[in-house]
Design a protein around this ligand. Structure first.
Ligand SMILES: Cc1ncc(COP(=O)(O)O)c(C=O)c1O
Length: 446
């Protein structure tokens, strides 16, 4: 019997023993195509020899040097690269071990900034319903997924909440996408006014909502208007690109496609592609300069920040993405993938929406396409689809509670950037079969 406290205390997991490219193999020899990159992590697939070599070389040089005593060449080079490729205004990098840590550090950096510039009364964050920013208490507090928050709610700081940008369900038929985005910007404006302009630290959002809603991009112009509203109130904009960043949507950062620059940005997952636990905060020069002029330090830190092997893995992953032109590939093959998915799934009576960008794709499942009615959450359609997919040797990332944390089902697909077109075709065939069997099994159960 396992001694690990697994995510689920019921059932048995297969044992992963090897990986190569887009495929993982278990101890019984069964192969799985990793169509979700785990949870949108494995951008270069598994066991990329050059990433492994870079990690080996770093381990042979220096595996760990505490950041209270030393910096390392590899961490400095990674930071140089990340700043060079960052949106305008970003000048500094804070290296951590994952997405939640990146969000925690972003929240604390934002708060410290206002303390340093003499605005300590700013103490409230605003987040969106149905967002996910991580599972540590600060990140969970700004996140808006009710299912994840519910039992921990008494431990979480109060956060202002506004609507997500969810065109499929929330844009009124009478509205253009731009008018819908404008309505949401006004909602944020009103929320800031309600809390008190001088009390809000930052607005926090995923440029493309990932795990909780299934790859939901904003309507055109939404983030530009959001940025204007934030600027007018002196409120910071924190972009959580933990899932949608580092090339997943076809540009290094998802905000590039929105034409805005955040003040702080959290990245992780695709930064190190799963080869090491690594994440980062990209911080604007304005924020770091305020700390430099004030206390001269960021009052934060963990034992493993700036880990040399994490930095080596991330640097290798980012160099390969650049050298191999993988952002162009994600854009071109993302369009191919979306078209193939539409061809296979558009006719399906329970596929309500296929959305996303690049290699971050969501499929929302509905009981009725005309009314967009959802399936009974008790049926756990998302879990059925996952199990059907695993039986077919396909890893995908289905989730329930798409709309409000309880209702709705979706499947997230996030293939490695290196997936070939024939591998993408195979993913489409297997996910279509899994969705078909998953929804058919509901009918048999009814
Ligand atoms: C948008 C977003 N933010 C934060 C996180 C938390 O990252 P981690 O699981 O690495 O702590 C995730 C993880 O799925 C995420 O998708």
């Amino acid at each position: 019997m396992t001694k690990i406290l697994h995510r689920s205390l019921r059932g048995r997991l297969p044992v992963a023993v090897s990986g190569k490219g887009v495929t993982l193999t278990d101890s019984e020899g069964k192969a799985y195509i990793d169509a979700s990159g785990g949870a949108a992590v494995s951008c270069l697939g598994h066991q990329h020899p050059e990433v492994l070599a870079a990690m080996h070389a770093q381990i042979d040089r220096i595996a760990y040097a505490h950041t209270g005593f030393f910096t390392t060449e590899v961490a400095e080079e990674l930071a140089e690269t990340l700043v060079a490729d960052a949106p305008a205004g970003i000048g500094h990098v804070y290296l951590v071990s994952g997405g939640s840590e990146a969000m925690e550090a972003s929240l604390k950096l934002a708060r410290q900034y206002f303390v340093e510039i003499g605005q300590p009364e700013r103490s409230v964050f605003i987040g969106r319903r149905q967002s996910y920013h991580g599972n540590t208490l600060g990140a969970l507090a700004v996140g808006g997924n009710e299912w994840r928050r519910k039992q921990f709610a008494p431990l979480l700081v109060d956060v202002g909440r506004v609507s997500p940008c969810y065109e499929y369900r929330d844009r009124a038929p009478s509205e253009t996408p731009e008018q819908y985005g404008e309505r949401l910007a006004k909602e944020l404006d009103a929320k800031i006014a309600e809390i008190g302009t001088g009390r809000v630290i930052a607005f926090v959002a995923e440029p493309i909502v990932g795990a909780t809603m299934g790859a939901v991009p904003a309507v055109p112009g939404y983030f530009k208007r959001i940025r204007e509203v934030c600027d007018r109130h002196g409120v910071l904009f924190i972009a959580d690109e933990v899932m949608c960043g580092m090339g997943r949507t076809g540009t290094l950062h998802a905000v590039e496609q929105e034409g805005v620059s955040p003040d702080l940005m959290a990245i992780a997952k695709g930064l190190g592609g799963g080869y090491q636990p690594v994440g980062a905060v990209l911080a604007s020069t304005r924020i770091v300069d305020a700390l430099k002029a004030g206390s001269g330090m960021f009052q934060h830190g963990h034992t493993y920040i700036g880990h040399a092997v994490g930095a080596a893995a991330a640097l290798a992953v980012q160099k390969i993405i650049k050298r191999d032109g993988l952002l162009d590939k994600v854009r071109a093959d993302g369009a191919y993938f979306a078209k193939a998915l539409r061809r296979a799934l558009d006719p399906h009576p329970h596929v309500g929406d296929i959305r996303g960008r690049g290699f971050l794709t969501g499929i929302e499942l509905v009981a009725d396409r005309a009314t967009k009615r959802t399936f009974d959450p008790a049926l756990k359609l998302h879990a059925r689809v996952k199990s059907e997919a695993m039986q077919r040797g396909l890893m995908c990332y289905p989730m329930g509670g798409t709309i409000d944390g309880v209702h709705g089902d979706h499947v997230l697909l996030a293939p490695p950037f290196i997936a070939t077109r024939s591998e993408l075709d195979e993913i489409v065939a297997r996910i279509a079969a899994a969705i078909h069997s998953g929804t058919a099994s509901l009918k048999r159960a009814a």
